[in-house]
Design a protein around this ligand. Structure first.
Ligand SMILES: [Zn+2]
Ligand SMILES: [Zn+2]
Ligand SMILES: [Zn+2]
Length: 197
């Protein structure tokens, strides 16, 4: 990558210009949808998100014993994003807190969403741990069961027993995912925006 190339490069906070990736490629493509937009500013430098790592896990309610903290080495990386000055700042500090403009007519900021730099998506599936396969599998199952359940809610009454069975399967998947969350395997690592030379 030459310096001249960088000068003409457009700001691409979502990695759209290069690949169809949301938030540095950390989110799956099916989350793109309504989030797609472009920044017209010229990029100033290239950045990527890097996962900071940390120690997670908390005490289980049922046995009262302390669970050993799960250590995450971090280091997960998003795709390289050429960014303008404003987006460097926005992605480093996150969007403004939800609120209203001075005339109290225009809402701004992120309502009900996750601040991107506070969560490494790789860590929400225990990437790199020996539980990654299990977590991904269970999340997929839970999604599929959830959809099946939603479909059955408008189905005739004779399908009720089937819905109850699916609900039970869904509860089971969620219980194990909750457990992995309590153990700290599933966790939210903070992200750091790092300049790439
Ligand atoms: Zn920008
Ligand atoms: Zn991570
Ligand atoms: Zn982590």
């Amino acid at each position: 990558m030459t310096g001249t190339g960088l000068l003409t490069e457009r700001c691409d906070p979502y990695g759209i210009e290069s690949t169809v990736k949301l938030m540095g490629g950390l989110y799956p493509e099916n989350m793109m949808g309504r989030h797609i937009w472009y920044c017209t500013e010229r990029a100033e430098a290239r950045f990527r998100y890097v996962c900071k790592g940390g120690d997670y896990g908390f005490r289980r309610q049922n046995d009262g014993g302390l669970v050993q903290a799960f250590h995450c080495d971090g280091g997960h990386q998003g795709v390289v994003m050429p960014l303008c000055r404003r987006h460097q700042r926005d992605l480093a500090v996150g969007p403004p807190k939800p609120g209203w403009s001075a005339d109290r007519k225009t809402p701004y900021g992120q309502v009900g969403g996750t601040v991107s730099h506070e969560m490494c998506p790789a860590c929400t599936v225990g990437k790199g741990s020996r539980w990654e396969g299990e977590i991904r599998g269970r999340m997929e199952n839970a999604d599929a069961l959830q959809q099946e359940l939603a479909r059955l809610q408008i189905a005739p009454a004779f399908l009720m027993p089937q819905a109850a069975r699916i609900q039970a399967m869904l509860d089971q998947e969620r219980a194990r995912l909750d457990e992995l969350h309590q153990l700290g395997v599933i966790h939210r690592c903070p992200l750091k925006l790092v300049e790439v030379s």
